[in-house]
Design a binder for this molecule. Structure first.
Ligand code: SF4
Length: 458
């Protein structure tokens, strides 16, 4: 996860970046930062917390510049402290550089050891700092060669924005694990983790940054280079199911439409006699609607969500996640009392949240709760930028479906198969290839993680 936004040479760059980060807040709620360049000098601010709290007007006045990059963080490596807030800004022998990264490097350990042998001193345990040191130690003389040679050394997932004193640099790893799109506003180039930022800013979507592409934007124009070509990209399937906003266009598909289709397939494959279909807010609501349409069971709103409490999945601490649920979600008794309920959610990771949610419904009188999950059982860790925990913490890696059903106290439980999930993602029609490693345990060949333990045990 993490959200990125950048804009090149726009007179309102800082304010636009701030607004875009608010629109990307769902991708990270731990920290936020903006870096901006003016006359070859980079200024920046960052802090722990939500965009609205950190980027106050007093603070944003401190940074100036027509080219800006911004970042909201959800950490998958490193601890949750202000040292990890991005963009990272550092001085190098080639001038100042600001760096914002979404993803996770699978060869971080090897690269870090090599860098330390060469005298690098790390300030954090973030894998993004590895990129900082690689750039600082590079002997390439010009910007394009320097960045290109560094990107060629990276393995795993990176969607990345960098600001030098005169250029905005954009890169996406050869597999394209994490999304990154380009837009245009007043003739100026924008780059964003998701397309949902472009329209509210008054701009338009242009195209996705292609997997393996590095784009350098400066006063000489736009120069595109290839980092590395891979025969089959591995777009993250879980982005469409859970992370992305429904008003984004992801890999050419509208996310809302994908989720509605997931719900329809779920209803076809796992029907049940029930009185009402509800979804766990927010990401599963279109999926629940799709299930209701296909099954002809009435759709209803099952929960009120407290607006100030963020996405549970991306809370870094599992204790916080569990305690937050009964405050974050309140069941609407009137809509479920005495009823047999189909409860649709996008995923079941640890099972702890679903256990609380099912209990909340039963406490207010739901007669039966039938849980339907619009993704396959999650059995393996993600090593590409999403914190799905180690394999043993994933409930489906050690428990059967019946055991999980008992644990979450549901009356029935069913998942969508990998094949049906891929159908809903429109794989065949669009000839796209997705990463499904967390559901299948099959990691893309040339992006194997350092450590893989896929054994399922009851
Ligand atoms: S392992 Fe899962 S979450 Fe990670 S990139 Fe692949 S599909 Fe996405």
């Amino acid at each position: 996860m993490c959200g990125l936004f950048g804009i090149y040479e726009h007179s309102n760059a800082v304010a636009l970046t701030e607004t875009a980060l608010k629109l990307l807040q769902h991708r990270g709620q731990e920290s936020v930062g903006i870096a901006s360049s003016e006359h070859g000098k980079i200024s920046h601010i960052s802090g722990m917390g939500m965009v609205l709290d950190v980027l106050t007007s007093q603070k944003t006045k401190q940074i100036q510049g027509n080219t800006s990059i911004g970042h909201v963080l959800y950490s998958t490596s490193g601890t949750s402290t202000v040292q990890h807030a991005q963009p990272f800004v550092f001085d190098s022998k080639y001038g100042q550089i600001a760096l914002a990264h979404n993803g996770h490097l699978t060869n971080a350990t090897v690269l870090r050891e090599e860098l330390e042998k060469n005298g690098a001193v790390f300030q954090s345990n973030s894998d993004t700092e590895i990129i900082v040191h690689l750039l600082a130690q590079s002997s390439e003389k010009n910007t394009i060669d320097r960045f290109l040679s560094v990107f060629k050394k990276l393995e795993g997932a990176y969607s990345l924005l960098a600001l030098t004193e005169d250029s905005l640099i954009v890169a996406r790893d050869p597999y394209g694990f994490r999304p990154l799109s380009m837009g245009i506003l007043d003739g100026k180039t924008m780059v964003s983790s998701e397309t949902c930022t472009f329209l509210p800013l008054g701009g338009d979507f242009v195209r996705d940054v292609n997997p393996g592409e590095m784009i350098v934007i400066n006063e000489h124009g736009i120069k595109i280079s290839t980092i590395k070509k891979i025969s089959k990209p591995a777009y993250c399937s879980f982005e469409s199911i859970y992370f992305a906003r429904p008003d984004s266009l992801l890999y050419g598909n509208n996310v809302y439409a994908v989720r509605e289709r997931l719900g329809k397939y779920l209803a076809q494959k796992h029907p049940i006699k029930a009185d009402v279909v509800i979804g766990v807010p927010d990401s599963a609501l279109p999926t629940a609607l799709g299930y209701a349409q296909e099954s002809n069971i009435p759709y209803s709103i099952g929960f009120v969500r407290s607006p100030d409490i963020g996405r549970t999945f991306i809370e870094p601490n599992s204790e916080i996640r569990r305690n937050i649920m009964p405050i974050k979600l309140r069941p609407i008794q009137r809509n479920v009392e005495g009823k047999s309920v189909v409860l649709v959610d996008d995923s079941l990771v640890r099972g702890t949240t679903m256990n609380v949610v099912v209990n909340l419904l039963k406490e207010v009188g739901a007669r039966e709760v039938h849980v339907r999950i619009s993704s396959p059982p999650m059995i393996a860790s993600c090593h590409y930028g999403i914190d799905t925990l180690i394999d043993d913490d994933l409930i489906a890696s050690r428990c059967s479906i019946d055991e999980i059903m008992d644990y979450i106290m549901a009356d029935s439980l069913a998942y969508l198969s990998t094949q049906d999930m891929l159908k809903a993602l429109d794989l065949e029609k669009r000839s796209l290839s997705y990463c499904t490693a967390c559901f299948t345990g099959e990691y893309p060949k040339e992006a194997q993680p350092d450590l893989v333990n896929l054994k399922c045990h009851p």
